[in-house]
Design a protein around this ligand. Structure first.
Ligand code: AMP
Length: 286
C-alpha cells in the first residue's frame, strides 16, 4: 500500500497495531539501492509491519545543493519495496510535510555542527526535524538507519534520548560495491573517471585502519597521509578527513577507545562520504 497523507498513514499503521503487529520504519529519500534494501530486510526480519518512507526532504539540502536533481525513480522504488515485502510506503509531498504555516525545527546542538554539519549548515536540523515528524506520524517500535551516515545515526540517537522518543534505533552496516565504494544514491552522478577515483575513500579508510592496527595513534599523522592519498587522485578534492570520538564527535589527537574515522570527498560537485568505526586499544607501553 502507498499513502501520501498523514491521516491515511496513521490509519494504516493503527490497523496493523490493533492486531498486535510490531512496526518497523525505514526512512529513505528513495533512489533505493542495496544499502537501503539491507535496512528493509533487517526491518522485515524483526517486525510484523514494515513501513518505508520515501521523501526527498528539502530542509536537509543547502541552497546550492542537489535538491532539484536528486534522483526520484519512484516506480522502481515501489517495485523494490514490494520485492522486499514492505507493507506500506509513505510517500508524502513537500507540502504535506511542510505546509506554508510550518515553523518548528529540531536542533541537536554540538553534534550537528561538526563533520558534515560544518560543510552543510542546517543539514542535520533538517534531518532531525523530518525524522521526528516521521516518528510522530508512524510511531514505529524500531527504526532502521545506515552506518554509512554515521553522524546522522549519532545525531538521531541523541535526539531520541534527549526528547524521550519511544523508539529503538538500529544502525545497520555499510553495504559496498565489490571495489569498496559505499553504495549511495549520489553515485549515479559520477562519470566513469570519477567512479574509478571514488574508490579512494574506502582505500584511504582501509589504509588508516592498517596503520592504526600497526600501532599508529597520532590523528595528525593519519589524517595527513589520507589527505595526501586523496589529493593524488585525479578529480578528487578533500572536504574533510576526521578522527573523532564516537560519543561527542570531537577530534581526538591520540586515538583510544571508540573512534570514528570519517571522510568526505568531492568529485566535481558530487560529495561522497564514508567511514569506519574502530575500537582502538590504548597505546602500547613505551
Ligand atoms: P538516504 O536515502 O540516503 O537518506 O538513506 C536512507 C538510509 O539508508 C539512511 O539511514 C542511510 O544511512 C542508509 N544507507 C544509505 N547508503 C547505505 C549503504 N551503502 N549501506 C547501508 N545503509 C545505507
Amino acid at each position: 500500500m502507498i499513502t501520501t497523507t498523514v491521516e491515511a498513514t496513521r490509519q494504516a499503521v493503527a490497523a496493523a497495531r490493533a492486531i498486535g503487529k510490531r512496526v518497523g520504519l525505514v526512512p529513505t529519500m528513495g533512489a533505493l539501492h542495496a544499502g537501503h534494501l539491507s535496512l528493509i530486510q533487517a526491518a522485515r526480519s524483526e517486525n510484523d509491519f514494515v513501513v518505508v518512507s520515501i521523501f526527498v526532504n528539502p530542509t536537509q539540502f543547502g541552497p546550492k545543493e542537489d535538491l532539484s536533481r536528486y534522483p526520484r525513480p519512484f516506480e522502481r522504488d515501489v517495485e523494490l519495496c514490494e520485492r522486499e515485502r514492505a507493507d506500506l510506503i509513505f510517500h508524502p509531498t513537500p507540502e504535506i510535510m511542510y505546509p506554508l504555516s510550518f515553523t518548528t525545527y529540531v536542533e541537536v546542538h554540538e553534534l550537528q555542527k561538526v563533520l558534515c554539519g560544518a560543510s552543510r549548515p542546517g543539514h542535520f536540523r533538517g534531518v532531525a526535524t523530518v525524522v521526528l515528524k516521521l516518528f510522530n506520524v508512524i510511531e514505529p517500535d524500531v527504526a532502521y538507519f545506515g552506518q554509512k551516515d554515521a553522524q546522522q545515526a549519532r545525531v538521531l540517537s541523541q535526539m531520541v534520548r534527549d526528547l524521550d522518543v519511544p523508539v529503538a534505533l538500529r544502525i545497520c552496516p555499510i553495504v559496498r560495491e565489490p571495489d569498496g565504494l559505499a553504495l549511495s544514491s549520489r553515485n549515479v552522478y559520477l562519470n566513469p573517471a570519477e567512479r574509478a577515483g571514488a574508490t579512494v575513500l574506502y582505500q584511504s579508510l582501509m589504509r588508516m585502519r592498517q596503520r592504526i592496527d600497526a600501532g599508529e595513534r597520532s590523528a595528525d599523522v593519519l589524517i595527513a597521509e589520507a589527505r595526501q592519498r586523496i589529493d593524488a587522485t585525479p578529480g578528487a578534492r578533500v572536504d574533510y578527513v576526521a578522527i573523532v570520538d564516537y560519543d561527542r564527535l570531537q577530534p581526538m589527537p591520540r586515538l583510544k577507545g571508540k573512534v570514528l574515522v570519517a571522510l568526505a570527498v568531492y568529485f566535481g560537485t558530487t560529495r561522497l562520504i564514508d567511514n569506519v568505526l574502530m575500537d582502538v586499544p590504548a597505546e602500547p607501553e613505551a
